[in-house]
Design a binder for this molecule. Structure first.
Ligand SMILES: NC(=O)c1ccc[n+]([C@@H]2O[C@H](COP(=O)([O-])OP(=O)(O)OC[C@H]3O[C@@H](n4cnc5c(N)ncnc54)[C@H](OP(=O)(O)O)[C@@H]3O)[C@@H](O)[C@H]2O)c1
Length: 204
C-alpha cells in the first residue's frame, strides 16, 4: 500500500511544503481550519498531486507534516483520538516568547511538548530550520543539495523521513534524539539552537 502524506496547515510553510511534493510528483493532502474550498487557489497553482482535504481526512495519513503555529498544535492534536503509529513531522517553531504565550516550556523542547499532545505518534523534527522563503530555493548548482536536518527519538521514523527528504530533492542530515543533536533545531532555555537559520548544502 502506498504511504499517504498530508500537510496540516496551509500558511506559507504548508504551501511551500505542498510545492515540494508537487515538484517531486508525490501525492499529498493539504488541510487547514477553514476547509477544502479555501484551498482552491493553492491546488489550482500546484496541480494534481496536491489534494485539498478536510482536517479529519488529512489526519488519516500515515505521515503528516505539522505546519500550524506552535500554540495551535494542541487543538489539532485533540482532533485525533489515537496517534499510534503515525509519523508526525514537526515543522513548528516556538521562537518568540509571545508565540509561546501562557504555555510554559517547563524546560522542555517545543517538540517534546508537541509529542506530549500526540501519544503514540513518532515525532520527527525537520524542515523547520530555514525561513520558509529559503526552503528549496537555493540557486541550482550541480553536485550539491540543500541540507534538511532530521531529528527524532525514534530511529526508524528518522530514517523514513530522511529518505523522504531525499525524494523531495534535499540532502538529509540526521541529528539523532530530540534532546541531543535535535536541540540545535530548537530554542532550548531561550537560546536559539546553532542550526536554526543555517542554510547549508551537502556535496554529492
Ligand atoms: N514562516 C517561516 O519562515 C517558518 C519557517 C519554519 C517554521 N515555521 C513554523 O511553521 C509553522 C507554520 O508557519 P506559517 O507561517 O505557515 O503559519 P500560519 O501562516 O500561521 O499558518 C498556520 C496554518 O495552520 C492552520 N491551522 C491553525 N489551527 C488549525 C486547526 N486547529 N486545524 C487546522 N488547521 C489549523 C491555519 O489554518 P487557516 O489557514 O484556515 O487559518 C493555517 O493554514 C509555525 O509553527 C512556524 O513557527 C515557520
Amino acid at each position: 500500500m502506498n504511504t499517504q502524506y498530508s500537510i496540516l496547515g496551509s500558511g506559507p510553510v504548508g504551501r511551500t511544503l505542498a510545492g515540494l511534493f508537487a515538484r517531486a510528483g508525490i501525492d499529498v493532502q493539504i488541510a487547514n481550519s477553514r476547509g477544502p474550498e479555501s484551498l482552491a487557489a493553492i491546488t489550482a497553482e500546484l496541480g494534481r498531486h496536491v489534494v485539498p482535504a478536510t482536517l479529519e481526512h488529512a489526519l488519516e495519513a500515515d505521515i503528516m507534516f505539522l505546519a500550524v503555529g506552535f500554540m495551535q498544535v494542541e487543538s489539532v492534536a485533540m482532533k485525533l483520538p489515537d496517534w499510534t503509529g503515525k509519523i508526525v513531522v514537526d515543522v513548528t517553531n516556538a521562537l518568540q516568547p509571545a508565540e509561546v504565550g501562557e504555555t510554559k516550556l517547563r524546560g522542555l523542547l517545543s517538540s517534546e511538548i508537541n509529542a506530549g499532545f500526540m501519544p503514540g505518534a513518532k515525532l520527527v523534527k525537520a524542515f523547520n530550520h530555514l525561513p520558509v522563503h529559503r526552503l528549496g530555493t537555493n540557486p541550482p548548482a550541480s553536485g550539491q543539495r540543500q541540507v534538511v536536518f532530521v531529528s527524532s527519538n525514534d530511529a526508524d521514523a528518522s530514517t523514513t523521513i530522511a529518505a523522504l527528504v531525499a525524494r523531495l530533492g534535499f540532502a538529509s542530515v540526521e541529528l539523532g534524539r530530540l534532546d541531543q543533536g535535535g536541540a540545535a533545531l530548537h530554542v532550548p532555555d531561550g537560546k536559539q539552537g546553532g542550526l536554526l537559520f543555517q542554510n547549508l548544502v551537502k556535496l554529492d
